[in-house]
Design a protein. Structure first.
Length: 644
């Protein structure tokens, strides 16, 4: 029978979870009870509804044990002590399941019918945070049981208040409510089957949407700052954050139509006045910051970021909406919840306006361990480059791809830059971390293209801390047969491309403060020339000297510049293509299939060098472990070339 319950739980979870308007930042929860009502499968805390499946995202609870929690003498305890006891009691009610801990609202689910859905649709929240109970008479239909309205209360107090309200409702109407709305906190619907529950949920969200949309004003128009204005704003904010010791932090200029024009509007003023809902406190902070000009208010912004429940949404009339978080998941969550909150305010404006949560409730949620747990699940595990933004050129294949993946693995958020857009998309998709990767089309030989790649990275993550130049070509010709256009093309890609990307990175890093790391991918060929490889020899040697000169020039700004000189890396390489291998075989007087074993035999350790080996060197040079290393060349060739 549990199999049928689980199928129903997965069905309703995925159905409502597929609509981002219902479940911003992984919010909302679902439950299904056994036929006798004694057990309940409920979505686990910290799990997004679309991710519930047979092997993850749910917990089985003993319903009588959960309900007995409401009879415990907890109301007289201090809030922190009370909620800790609630968590212990709730864990004691767990029978099984793969989840780590039950939803914080499991007691509310236990009070309702066999199948329960709880979500936060923006139109429903426009009612819950706006006209509230007064609007229910207009939305209720003749002949159907009325919905229950419950005033907001935090934590365990809410569960007790809901039980009392349901008992009163049952006494009056002869049954528990099928629908109840929580002030400032969305909707619960319950029914006997999954289909009935989904239809009830869809019906009420549709009613609320029509009720508010017909009288709501349009979103305020968004500003259109030029790329250089965005760069200056992000750099000023990052520099201020650095001076206040609040880095690393990621920033994002939102393109969301509900948020982008909120600065200077009534929506922005309401967001700046405080949060509307618990989710807004958790993911966006206790309030937003609204200013006319970002540049003129930077000190005040940094001061606000030191408050308890620090704001993570900045609404600047001249720039737009900037989101602030410790990690990309936090940016996504803040943007989703802030956008929903802005739409909630806009919809409610046509029906009397929205109300903020009171200060006592905001303070409780800010310090509530259960909500801190939810928010904490968004962050990446500890790694040397967490919070750093990297851009890698030539990241669609070969060593560039291996390095980009290595930086992601080290916790960085990484812009994959390449001219081959099809391969670039495939490379990013296969990395498997959509939150911390970004495909950025760029031609490293074109100034405007390079600038656009940096601008896109800055809009998405606030700056650039690490640049890795890895785009390169190697035309294999003897001197007498070298076509001049291939020589020039190698100079353009391998030297001019490094120069343009390095120049752009230096401009960004100097403006934002806080230093940075630039790593140029050279080659052992830059140290020890190879036969019939004029263009590659010259450009790879040139890259080493670029690194040394830039290290001297940029050192006063805390920007370190180093080079990595790999040996022969065959894995995933476009350079080591069949034609290149054929030419190498002819040079060595061996068969093509003997080329790779031959080069491996030249290393001191007799081991083939992999992309991950080079990536590890780049990660090291980009991290604080190498904070006193600059102007150096790290050779990753298995001991083939000894640098003295």
């Amino acid at each position: 029978m549990k199999k049928r319950q689980l199928s129903a739980l997965i069905e309703i979870s995925r159905a409502v979870g597929a609509n981002s308007d219902f479940v911003q930042a992984g919010g909302g929860n679902t439950s299904v009870k056994s036929p006798d009502g004694r057990t309940m499968l409920v979505k686990a805390s910290g799990t997004a509804l679309p991710d519930v499946n047979k092997g993850a995202g749910w917990i089985e609870l003993d319903v009588p044990r959960v309900l007995s929690l409401l009879d415990e003498p907890l109301m007289g305890l201090a809030p922190a002590e009370r909620e800790a006891q609630v968590l212990r009691s709730m864990r004691a009610a767990v029978i099984g399941g793969p989840g780590e801990r039950p939803s914080v609202e499991s007691a509310l689910h236990a009070l309702l019918g066999p199948v329960v859905i709880h979500t936060h649709p923006t139109a429903v929240n426009a009612l819950a945070c706006g006209p509230g109970r007064a609007a229910l008479d207009e939305l209720a239909r003749e002949g159907e049981p009325p919905p229950l309205w419950v005033p907001f209360a935090p934590g365990y107090c809410l569960a007790v208040a809901v039980r009392e309200a349901i008992e009163a409702y049952r006494s009056k109407h002869g049954a528990a409510p099928a629908v109840f709305l929580l002030e400032s906190h969305g909707i619960f619907v319950s029914a006997n089957t999954a289909d009935e529950c989904l239809k009830l949920h869809a019906g009420w969200t549709s009613r609320c949407e029509k009720y508010f949309a017909s009288v709501a004003p349009s979103p305020a128009p968004a500003p259109r700052p030029a790329p250089e204005e965005v760069r200056a704003a992000m750099a000023a904010l990052r520099r201020a954050l650095d001076e206040a010791d609040k880095l690393p932090a990621l920033l994002r200029l939102s393109d969301d139509p509900e948020l982008a024009g909120a600065g200077g509007s009534e929506v922005g003023a309401t967001l700046a006045n405080g949060a509307l809902s618990p989710d807004q406190v958790v993911y966006c902070g206790s309030r937003a910051i609204a200013v006319e000009s970002l540049a003129e208010n930077t000190p005040a912004i940094v001061t606000a970021l030191g408050e308890p429940g620090a704001p993570r949404v900045l609404l600047a009339k001249d720039i737009g909406a900037i989101l602030i978080a410790d990690d990309p998941g936090g940016l996504d969550a803040a943007e989703a919840v802030a956008s929903a909150s802005a739409r909630t305010i806009r919809l409610a404006a046509g029906r009397g306006g929205a109300r903020n949560l009171d200060a006592v409730s905001v303070d409780f949620i800010t310090h509530w361990e259960a909500e801190s747990y939810r928010a904490g699940l968004l962050g990446a595990p500890g790694a040397p480059l967490v919070g750093r933004v990297a851009l890698v050129t030539g990241a669609a294949s070969g060593l560039g791809l291996g390095i980009a993946r290595g930086l992601v693995g080290a916790g960085a958020t990484v812009a994959f830059g390449d001219i081959d857009e099809a391969s670039l998309k495939k490379a990013v998709d296969e990395t498997g971390d959509a939150k911390r990767t970004l495909a950025v089309a760029m031609d490293v030989t074109d100034e405007a293209s390079v600038a656009r790649a940096f601008d896109r990275t800055i809009r998405n993550w606030g700056g650039v801390d690490v640049l890795v130049c890895a785009a390169g070509i190697a035309p294999p010709h003897e001197l007498v047969n070298m076509p001049a256009d291939e020589w020039r093309r190698a100079l353009e890609v391998n030297l001019t491309g490094y120069f343009l990307a390095g120049r752009e990175a230096a401009r960004v890093m100097k403006a934002q403060g806080g230093g940075g790391s630039i790593v140029l991918l050279s080659s052992k060929t830059g140290l020890e020339a190879s036969k019939a490889n004029s263009a590659y020899n010259a450009t790879k040697a040139g890259e080493l000297h670029l690194a040394r000169g830039w290290a001297l020039e940029l050192g006063p700004d805390g920007i370190r510049v180093n080079a990595v000189a790999p040996g022969n890396v065959f894995e995933g390489s476009k350079i080591w293509n069949p034609e290149y291998i054929r030419v190498c075989a002819e040079k060595r007087g061996i068969r093509p299939e003997e080329v790779i074993p031959h080069y491996v035999s030249l290393t001191a350790i007799g081991r083939e060098i992999k992309r991950r080996d080079v990536a590890a060197a780049v990660v090291f040079l980009s991290s604080d472990a190498a904070r006193c290393i600059t102007g150096q060349t790290l050779v990753v060739d298995g001991g083939q070339v000894m640098v003295r």
